[in-house]
Ligand binder design. Structure first.
Ligand code: NDP
Length: 265
């Protein structure tokens, strides 16, 4: 037995991976990891300029990614995109529901419409996109779905009521897809990033007017046993693992990639 045994298990050669909202940030880093493992990368984003920027960024990394403009909350648009991907690239073997938004507003100041917008992108969209790809995965005899959850799938805290409700719901959707479609050799797992330095969390790292570090930044560093924010690249290898045959007997779980903060907080 040599390393080839493991290399084969982790290989994504010949696989088509759709990563939503992946023109930059965590989605981009996971897609890069999957491309390195051999997958053909397909991504979407909500605006043409983001897709164009994404395609250029992938090219810089030597990756010929296929980019589509699609709002993942729009079921008709998602169905159309998935049909186009199937005819232009191939059947989707791996889906990563990565697109997400957060609105940091105290619950009692939040409008019902703002709450709905977060639920729409962070919970309804993974349902819509999963539903669009599962029938072809069933026909093909295998499929991997990775839902990007959050520490807020487990916790609540001030200003993130909608996000926590959506990501908690996404954890349960993950379990449900696993139990409902596991018999068709579809594995659905989640990844729960800790605090990762991306544009989404940039406001939490802003230097204060007096030159001091943002209190939340100090809080994260002090509470994370790893002693640092995560980088988007920290998510790449876990995503490859959950997309590969190496994780075939893992179904319905969330892997927290958080530098240990959930264990400590
Ligand atoms: P970003 O906001 O940096 O990236 C998310 C991407 O999704 C953006 O390109 C965004 O486009 C896109 N998007 C938003 N709405 C839609 C939509 N309706 N249709 C298509 N695309 C859309 O997020 P991160 O990279 O930070 O996060 C990626 C995932 O990881 C998210 O699900 C997030 O909740 C989760 N996560 C992030 C953590 C962190 O610390 N960063 C921690 C825990 C979880 P646009 O730029 O136009 O909004």
């Amino acid at each position: 037995m040599n390393m080839d045994y493991l290399t084969d298990k982790f290989s994504l050669d010949g696989k088509v991976a759709l990563i939503t909202g992946a023109s930059y940030g965590i989605g981009f880093a996971m897609a890069k990891g999957m491309a390195a493992a051999g997958a053909t990368i397909v991504f979407n984003d909500i605006k043409q300029e983001l897709v164009d920027k994404g395609i250029a960024s992938y090219k810089e990394e030597g990756i010929d990614a296929h980019g589509y403009v699609c709002d993942v909350t729009n079921e008709a648009a998602v169905n159309e995109m998935v049909a186009r991907i199937e005819s232009e690239v191939g059947v989707i073997d791996i889906l990563v529901n990565n697109a997400g938004i957060i609105k940091r507003i105290p619950m009692c100041d939040m409008t019902a419409e703002q709450f709905r917008q977060v639920i729409d992108v962070d919970l309804n969209a993974p349902f819509i996109v999963s539903k669009a790809v599962i029938p072809s995965m069933i026909k093909k005899g295998h499929g991997k779905i990775i839902n990007i959850c959050s520490m807020m799938s487990e916790l609540g805290r001030e200003t993130v009521s909608a996000y926590a409700a959506a990501k908690g719901g996404l954890k349960m959707l993950t379990r449900n897809i696993a139990s409902e479609y596991g018999e068709f050799n579809i594995q659905c797992n989640g990844i729960g990033p800790g605090y990762i330095a991306t544009p989404q969390t940039a406001p939490l790292r802003e230097t204060q007017p007096d030159g001091s570090r943002h209190p939340f930044d100090q809080f994260i560093i002090s509470k994370t046993p790893a002693g640092r924010w995560g980088e988007a690249e920290d998510l790449a290898a876990p995503a490859v693992f959950l997309a590969s045959d190496a994780s075939d007997f893992i179904n319905g779980h969330v892997l927290y990639v958080d530098g240990g903060i959930l264990a400590y907080i």
